[in-house]
Design a binder for this molecule. Structure first.
Ligand code: NAD
Ligand code: KPL
Length: 305
């Protein structure tokens, strides 16, 4: 039997990956927080994937972090702010050859996890797929996209990409994964906080073109300072393109705030501002944006980290 995929986090992306791997006959184990969540999961039929309005349920095996089986391959599908504590619960189960696939958006959590589990190989991922939960143990595949995977320390591809191929998960091995993560972070910093502050869809930023352009200029400067010139290339043009292409959508940060959920600000704008401070780079608009966003979150009783 091929190596099982342990999936940590039964949220949107975790369920999206678990169901597609299970559909392809790849062994999958879903790691739930505790016995109560496991009992709730076992009371149902499994995980349901809704794609193009058609739903299928897959009987993926559930377990808790305390299960005894060693883990060789772990897909970490928690939010960035939960990744380290979630992994700590099952760190004792990681086999010496363990590989972790980190799906978190932004930057900062991946390096923290890599430092936490120095003997494991950590694969960083950047995904443009979109999914949301429309109920417990259910996910709607809302936006088809691509997932880039890479190891910042070793260019050699992993051996399990054929599992992704079999599961129909569009992917590519990226030797420049950090550049891709920085680029996505910059896009998210230029778009998401403004959609929260102006309470608009992405397309609403067409009314704030000057502000977007100024932020892009500062972000491009930051990327250069951080040794990521390729991520800075034509940033403003791409931001404009994304705003147009996703004009009718609400950004992920907008949706988090609208649903009173904690945002991943520390791994996006917070990370960018910290990197600027490390380089003693003054980026007044970016810093002001962070201050405005923090104030906005606190005023709504949401965490500002
Ligand atoms: P989500 O909130 O839907 O799922 C996270 C899951 O992790 C939740 O079910 C939560 O209960 C679980 N979890 C947290 N701590 C845990 C623990 N200790 N033990 C077990 N489970 C635990 O989040 P998501 O939307 O799937 O996002 C995951 C990451 O992927 C984020 O960084 C996000 O930015 C990124 N991402 C999401 C999408 C998307 O469309 N949803 C797209 C691209 C990137
Ligand atoms: O990734 C995004 C998000 O909403 O998080 C886009 C659509 C690119 C906006 O930044």
């Amino acid at each position: 039997m091929s190596t099982p995929w342990h999936i940590l986090g039964a949220g949107s992306l975790g369920t999206l990956w678990a169901t597609r791997l299970a559909r392809a006959g790849v062994p999958v184990r879903l790691i739930l927080r505790n016995d109560a969540r496991l009992a709730s999961y076992r009371a149902g039929q499994g995980l349901t994937l809704v794609e193009h309005g058609v739903e299928h349920t897959y009987a993926v095996i559930g377990e808790t972090p305390e299960s005894p089986e060693p883990i060789h391959r772990l897909l970490v599908a928690c939010k960035a702010y939960d990744a380290q504590s979630a992994i700590a619960q099952l760190q004792h189960r990681l086999a010496p050859d363990a590989e972790l696939i980190l799906l978190q958006n932004g930057l900062g959590s991946q390096d923290a996890v890599a430092a936490q589990v120095p003997s494991a190989r950590c694969i960083y991922a950047s995904s443009t797929e979109g999914a949301f939960r429309d109920g417990d143990w259910r996910v709607v595949f809302a936006g088809h996209g691509y997932t880039w995977l890479g190891d910042a320390g070793h260019p050699t591809p992993v051996l399990w990409l054929d599992d992704l191929q079999a599961a129909g998960i569009p992917h590519e091995w990226a030797t420049d994964i950090l550049t891709r993560l920085w680029r996505k972070l910059a896009l998210n910093c230029a778009i998401n906080p403004l959609t929260v502050l102006y309470q608009c869809r992405n397309g609403g930023l067409q009314a704030h073109q000057c502000e977007v352009a100024t932020l892009c200029a500062e972000l491009a400067e930051l990327l250069e300072y951080c040794g990521q010139p390729a991520a800075a290339e034509d940033l403003h043009a791409e931001v404009e393109r994304v705003i147009q292409a996703t004009a009718a959508n609400y950004s992920s940060m907008y949706q988090d705030v609208a649903n009173a959920r904690r945002t991943e600000i520390s791994y996006l704008l917070g990370y960018a501002c910290q990197a600027a401070a490390r380089h003693q780079l003054v980026l007044p608009h970016l810093q002001q944006l962070q201050a405005r966003l923090v104030e906005h979150l606190l005023a709504r009783g949401l965490a500002s980290d």
